[in-house]
Write a protein that binds this ligand. Structure first.
Ligand code: GRF
Length: 214
């Protein structure tokens, strides 16, 4: 089996990276993590990658004068590793349109809300403040506009009476750890395809919506 050579870009904790590492450990999983790249040397996720014997690179954004220069350095690191596909997993830098367009339909992100609801930060507190009945996560193809782009997989989580932002975030995070490997699998198997401004899964209109295991 040819496995899709994937990079995971992180900035911090790396729990979604861990979910992808664990999924890729299965011999039949159709993707392989060839590189973990962080813009921060202190990202906890780098230790997770090292433990799994995955090559790591740090590209510190502060060393570049412009976003374009930083993006170009990222692109070089990806090319040097022979990467074919990129997963953003808690990567906290906005990528410029040139980079995004160069990786069009080969660049995915996980976001902690049911997009298009609650793009941006503090999604859990905002969902509670808005009185949302359900919340969740989305894995989507990246487009130049932040937190937009065709959704591949969504997992919904019920908002419970008395929920706090932290409690809700923890339940959504568990769903994220199921959603991201599923989305990467669908992409690597060629089952998730962008058609117009949507994703089709096995030729049917997406996104794939699934019930996360609590
Ligand atoms: C996750 O909630 C993800 O959805 C968001 O950033 C967080 C990263 O967490 N984009 P982790 O680093 O994967 O633990």
């Amino acid at each position: 089996m040819v496995r899709l050579k994937t990079a995971v870009l992180i900035s911090g904790r790396g729990s979604n990276l861990q979910a992808l590492i664990d999924a890729c450990a299965a011999p039949e999983f159709p993707a392989h993590i060839a590189l973990v790249l962080s813009n921060r040397a202190d990202a906890q996720g780098l230790a997770r990658a090292a433990k799994a014997k995955i090559p790591t690179r740090v590209v510190p954004h502060g060393e570049y004068q412009t976003r374009a220069a930083f993006d170009a350095a990222l692109g070089r690191a990806l090319a040097e590793a022979g990467v074919e596909f990129v997963c953003l997993a808690g990567f906290m830098r906005v990528l410029g349109s040139e980079f995004v367009n160069a990786w069009r339909d080969k660049l995915i992100n996980i976001h902690p809300s049911l997009l298009p609801e609650f793009p941006g930060l503090d999604t859990h507190a905002r969902a509670l403040a808005a009185g949302a009945k359900q919340h969740g996560c989305t894995v989507h193809f990246v487009r130049a506009e932040v937190d937009s782009g065709p959704a591949i997989v969504q997992a919904a989580v019920r908002v419970l009476p008395g929920d706090t932002a932290d409690g809700l975030a923890a339940r959504v995070l568990k769903a994220e750890h199921q959603a991201y490997p599923l989305a990467l699998r669908l992409c690597a198997e060629g089952r998730a395809r962008v058609v117009g401004d949507r994703v089709e899964i096995d030729g049917k209109p997406g996104p794939l919506r699934f019930e996360p295991v609590p």
